[in-house]
Design a protein around this ligand. Structure first.
Ligand code: IVH
Length: 699
């Protein structure tokens, strides 16, 4: 052996080792979502391997992780025949059809001499993406193809290689040889957050948007340039073992276990059931909970577990008898955005919202959706008159995801925030550096009524007998002069003015006549009782209920425990207020401004007369209002990064932990939250949106 080959053998060894390490960390990151090293460390390993392969092209294995990106564009896809046909699924549109399927299957099994009582079932989320087949020869990913017509698909190996959750090799287990051939099937999908981001980028680049995540995933996989596919954060859920040579498996559940043990990404929400009653329950459960997933599902798939039973049941047409899809109503829809409306909030913020032609999304008819703010509307390039993609995720407010730009006629109107407040006509302002446009008029009727709604809300005075509609009716009655002009007036109402007050109108479905709903004596008595109860709320809650700008629950606690009485707080200078730990100059200025207004002082006086508490009785842990509280973050937060959220929580004495458990106090859920949200609900934990969290800490 000469001197030249010796180092290169070491280098070859190192390259092999690096490939193993990189694939291992890909698995930890993309399949398990539990990275063990930082992105920077990963990049170092990757760069080291890249350098070796660049210097020694003979060492550059075709299935190296460095080859996941950057293959040359293809002229066209080559057609390939699947080693075993890829079937489709028949559908059950409701529970009855699912039961009918069960009855048919049971009868057939019995006819063939099998005991249907012994059948076990597997339920899985039905992923709304693109079905693919991955063929591993001697443990190496040899080919990846789309489903195509079920018999023949397109060879999209180069694109599928870019998906980090797809193993390039079947991991060797101790004493095990990889099967000579194994075909793994699964659904490639694009996470919802990535879908929204992709559409934003496409609008910015003047490219047509995708109508839903499935189209985006399919468009990315059926892309002739693998470098484009590589930029799309696609992932996969593997749900079936197809054709095999040298691998014996007896049941679907066993197949899923085999996949999981060999580093394939198997959905965590697959379950095996012994009874059909459990199958029904599991199938139904996902209909309500699908909003907790960060990918689209359009149903549940039910499969008979045993392969022996599967083969007895066989296939009719294109669909096997041993499986069925229990379909849900789609969670995205398309409709016309008729107009952009504006709500004026308590602090004068003008909040735009979409008024749409009613459309059914996720089984519910919606006609309104939030639009966040002006910048967001422009970033997404949403125009009045556009066809838009709307999305409803769980119990989250419907959102406008993107315009369908290819449907534009040229008559769409670019949105401008109004120059005058739609409630009071005052000229609006947008302070430099803020995304929000405001009405500066402190006596704006919308702001006042919203501030009263805040005053009575949960966490503030908690007057639960006064909902938003009742507050509106007191402030703007249809048939008489206003009963209240501010929050203090609530405590000076008279019973006789309230009895018979019109709250709302509706149409009786049977008679077709309009019905007027009025306050009855009993409801009035209840309102007075809860107003009375509210007088015992501690000072910090009263202070929070007043609704000073920037003074959320936490800041109200800080101020109340420092100054102890409203008089001391009102008498404090801006510097003194800013000197309180956790309170900065912006909050101090807002507090001073509030108490400078004569009508605010008057409100405070009248509330004091009414008997509300303006002195703190018990000391609150001042500096660290979140001390001892444990938070868990899940999903993408709209306005801040996770690191920022963590910093805020820790600055206030709280802790952030990675998983929901008994000791968790709050879960902050952003867009497309994961399973942590489900866990939180199961354990009955308080779930906050980002906005609620910010309100809590007074930002
Ligand atoms: S099993 C015969 N399992 O649904 C079994 N399919 O409508 C065929 N799909 O082409 C597939 N999630 O693209 C199976 N957990 C899952 C699935 C799933 C999504 C898709 C797949 C298939 C289509 C049939």
């Amino acid at each position: 052996m000469d001197n030249d080959t010796k180092p290169s053998r070491e280098i070859a060894g190192r390259a092999e080792e690096l490939r193993g390490l990189i694939e291992r960390h890909n698995y930890l990151y993309y399949v398990l979502d539990q990275p063990e090293i930082s992105d920077a460390e990963y990049d170092r390993l990757f760069d080291e391997l890249k350098e070796i392969e660049d210097k020694h092209p003979e060492l550059a294995a075709p299935d190296s992780p460095t080859r996941r990106v950057g293959a040359e564009p293809l002229a066209e896809f080559v057609q390939v025949r699947h080693p075993q046909p890829m079937f489709s699924l028949s559908n059950a549109r409701n529970e009855q059809e699912l039961k009918d399927w069960h009855r048919r299957v049971s009868r057939l099994l019995a006819e063939k001499g099998m005991d249907p009582e012994t059948a076990a079932y597997v339920t899985e989320p039905k992923i709304d993406g693109l079905a693919v087949s991955l063929v591993y020869e001697e443990g190496r990913l040899a080919r990846g193809a789309t489903r195509g017509n079920g018999e023949i698909g397109e060879d999209v190996t180069a694109n599928l290689r870019t998906i980090r959750a797809i193993p390039l090799h079947i991991r060797k287990k101790k004493g095990e040889k990889p099967p000579a051939l194994v075909e793994v099937r699964g659904e490639v999908y694009l996470p919802l957050a990535a879908f929204a981001r992709l559409n934003e980028e496409r609008v910015a680049a003047g490219e047509p948007t995708f109508a839903n995540p499935r189209n985006a995933a399919a468009g990315s996989v059926r892309q002739l340039d693998p470098r484009v596919a590589a930029r799309r954060p696609l992932s996969i859920w593997c749900y079936q073992v197809g054709y095999t040579v040298g691998l014996e498996i007896d049941s679907h559940w066993q197949a899923l276990e085999w996949l999981r043990h060999h580093d394939f990404k198997v959905n965590p929400h697959v379950y095996r059931h012994e009874t059909f009653a459990d199958v029904i329950e599991a199938s139904r459960a996902w209909e309500d909970r699908r909003g907790e997933l960060d990918y689209d599902i359009d149903g549940t798939v039910v499969k008979i577990d045993s392969y022996a039973m599967q083969s007895v049941l066989g296939v009719v047409g294109r669909a096997p008898r041993w499986a069925i899809a229990f379909k849900f109503a789609p969670s995205t829809g398309m409709t016309r955005l008729l107009e952009i409306g504006i709500n004026v909030g308590r602090t004068g913020a003008l909040n735009p919202f979409a008024i749409m032609e009613p459309v059914e999304v996720g089984g519910v008819t919606i006609s309104k959706a939030t639009l966040h703010n002006e910048d967001d509307i422009h970033r997404k390039d949403i125009r009045e008159g556009d066809w838009v993609v709307v999305q409803r995720a769980g119990d989250v407010i419907p959102q406008v995801v993107a315009p369908v730009t290819q449907k534009r006629t040229g008559r769409e109107k670019v949105f401008r925030m109004p120059e005058r407040c739609p409630s009071c006509g005052t000229g609006t302002v947008r302070p430099a550096g803020e995304v929000v446009v405001r009405c500066p008029n402190k006596s704006c009727p919308s702001q006042i009524v919203e501030s009263i709604k805040h005053f009575v809300s949960k966490g503030a005075m908690d007057i639960d007998t006064l909902g938003e509609r009742r507050v509106e009716a007191l402030y703007r009655p249809r048939d008489r002069a206003p009963l209240i002009r501010n929050m203090a007036d609530l405590y000076f109402l008279k019973k006789e003015e309230l009895v018979g007050l019109e709250i709302s109108r509706s149409i009786n479905k049977k008679t077709g006549k309009e019905v007027i709903h009025r306050l009855q004596e009993k409801s009035v008595a209840n309102i007075f009782r809860s107003l009375e109860n509210s007088k015992s709320r501690p000072f910090h809650r009263v202070l929070f209920a007043l609704g000073l700008r920037h003074v959320g629950y936490i800041n109200a606690q800080l101020l109340a425990s420092h100054f102890r009485t409203i008089d001391r707080l009102m008498g404090a200078s801006e510097e003194e207020i800013a000197g309180v730990e956790g309170i900065g100059p912006i909050i101090a200025e807002a507090v001073r401004e509030y108490f400078e207004e004569p009508h605010n002082r008057e409100t405070v006086e009248r509330l004091r007369q009414a008997g509300l508490r303006f002195e703190e009785e018990h000391a609150v842990k001042a500096k660290q209002p979140l001390a001892g509280k444990s938070f868990v973050l899940t999903g993408a937060l709209p306005a801040m990064s996770r690191a920022q959220a963590k910093e805020k929580i820790e600055a206030l004495g709280g802790k952030v932990s990675g998983s929901v458990g008994k000791t968790t106090d709050y879960v902050i859920a952003g867009e497309s939250p994961g399973t942590k949200l489900r866990k939180a609900r199961e354990l009955g934990k308080t779930v906050l949106s980002e906005a609620e969290f910010l309100k809590m800490i007074g930002e």
